[in-house]
Write a protein that binds this ligand. Structure first.
Ligand SMILES: [Zn+2]
Length: 496
């Protein structure tokens, strides 16, 4: 089974069809690269600073004495941050005690005090016990906490960034402990009257407020979203929702305007993240005005619909990942510019970062999962109606995905990689019907299915709400006609 038949077949020189680079997204890649560079520079500066400090400490004693004083003040600050300031440690900065303490000693002292309450990361320790000890718990306290948590917390799933909160009573005995694996849930362990610790799982209430924003396209939708403080990756929603109507690579223009309604999620009033995207609108010089609304109809996986209730995406097949751009299209007559011969490209190449989740395009059964020569790590699924889909060059196949296993549409099957004959991380996605290769895009862009009529009333009432929000955005930029040319020049790019 070959999903990426890039082997030479009929030799004939036909006009090379340039692969089309999606216009909107390369600049996002550039932005991401810039962000990584900045992060690298900051890290470098920190390392250099630590090195200088170390040199100063060992080489220039007088400098060190001055620094010791500064650090002493920091310790006092630290003790205050740890909640010791509420009358538990001498609060006067010249208390003498704090200034003489090292940072670790100050922390240890603060943690063993009566009424201490502090928060600490799980950290890079290899065990839960290790993290509890690091957090200043006594061995017998560790045993009590572990006992209370053993059927609730899977200790193997603890991550360094998880948070621990410790509270002691007026006798400095452990009274309360919290384990926070995420911002939206935590486990609370409290000491009962009988002295026994009991655990309770607590779900944090997440407040969701739909917000509506509008921006204009200068270089890409992604940059326009960043400009609004929204994730550039939301551009994928526009590309996916409108891919049956708009070819952004050819039709997007500088000065086009987009609108979006998305949930802002907050915990205790603090911004947590952006959630569900509810509505999209694109006003383009070449595209006209288009709208799409997200809906979960009849308990099914949600998708975008137009205002009549017809799905934006066609047929039975879904785009099998969130991608950056289409880097090679289906082209049975592709002329390979380097090999100088005709090598058909019988699938779609989606450029995406290594590790991007890949899901099943439709319900089906796994017929192949493993290493397959130039295809690298390959998964092949057989679907009803003689259809078959293939996912090549995977970095890793999801564990449990084996021949014979049934998968649901959108179920995770693997991760984007560059294994096999591949020049960069991408997913090669192939589609066959009774062993004959088909262009997946025509299946993806076929007419979408209509929502069942029983789901329409709830959809229409939700849609009315989103339309009001879209229309009510203030300071919407004008659609400005600029030079009538695509945003990014078309680039030849070879990926198999
Ligand atoms: Zn390919």
């Amino acid at each position: 089974m070959s999903a990426d038949p890039s082997s030479p077949k009929e030799p004939s020189g036909l006009r090379p069809l340039p692969s089309v680079k999606m216009a909107l997204l390369p600049s996002e890649l550039r932005a991401r690269r810039t962000r990584r560079l900045v992060a690298g520079a900051v890290l470098g500066a920190l390392v250099l600073g630590a090195l200088l400090l170390w040199i100063a400490r060992s080489v220039i004693p007088s400098t060190w004495a001055w620094m010791e004083e500064a650090l002493g003040r920091q310790d006092a600050q630290l003790a205050a941050d740890l909640g010791v300031g509420d009358g538990l440690l001498p609060a006067e900065p010249d208390g003498g005690v704090e200034q003489a303490l090292s940072e670790e000693e100050a922390i240890a002292l603060a943690r063993s005090r009566p009424n201490a309450r502090y928060e600490t990361p799980f950290g890079g320790v290899p065990s839960f016990r290790g993290a509890l000890l690091e957090a200043g718990l006594e061995p017998e306290e560790c045993t009590a906490i572990e006992g209370a948590l053993q059927h609730i917390v899977d200790f193997r799933r603890c991550r360094p960034e998880h948070r621990l909160i410790v509270e002691r009573d007026e006798n400095a005995d452990l009274e309360r402990f919290e384990y926070h694996p995420s911002a939206t849930e935590f486990v609370e362990v409290t000491r009962g009257e009988d002295g026994v610790f009991r655990a309770e799982q607590i779900r944090v209430k997440v407040e969701r407020t739909p917000i509506a924003r509008a921006g204009s396209v200068e270089t890409s939708i992604g940059d326009g979203l960043l400009e609004l403080g929204l994730p550039a990756g939301f551009a994928t929603f526009f590309v996916e929702a409108f891919e049956g109507q708009i070819n952004f690579a050819l039709q997007a223009r500088k000065g086009d305007v987009f609108r979006i309604v998305v949930d802002e999620e907050r915990v205790d009033g603090e911004f947590l993240r952006y959630g569900r995207v509810h509505a999209l609108q694109y006003d383009g010089q070449r595209t006209g005005k288009v709208q799409a609304f997200y809906h979960e109809a009849g308990g099914k996986v949600g998708q975008f619909y137009d205002d009549t209730g017809r799905a934006m995406q066609g047929g039975w097949l879904r785009t099998p990942l969130r991608y950056d751009r289409l880097s090679s299209r289906f082209d049975p007559r592709r002329f390979h510019p380097i090999l100088k011969r005709r090598i058909p490209h019988l699938g779609l190449d989606y450029a995406a970062a290594t590790g991007t989740p890949v899901w099943a395009a439709a319900d089906g059964r796994v017929t192949f999962a493993g290493r397959s020569g130039p295809n690298g790590n390959l998964v092949v699924l057989r679907h009803s109606g003689g259809f078959e889909t293939a996912y090549a060059h995977l970095h890793r196949i999801k564990s449990g995905i084996r021949p014979g296993r049934y998968v649901k549409q959108r179920e995770l099957i693997g991760f984007v990689g560059s294994t096999g004959r591949s020049t960069g991380p991408h997913l090669h996605f192939g589609l066959k019907k009774y062993s004959r290769p088909l262009d997946p895009l025509t299946e993806l862009n076929g007419p979408g299915l209509r929502m069942a009529s029983r789901d329409l009333p709830s959809y229409k009432s939700a849609m009315t709400e989103w339309k009001v929000l879209l229309a009510g955005i203030e300071n919407v930029p004008m659609v400005v006609a600029g030079a009538d040319e695509p945003l990014v020049e078309q680039v030849d790019e070879i990926m198999d």
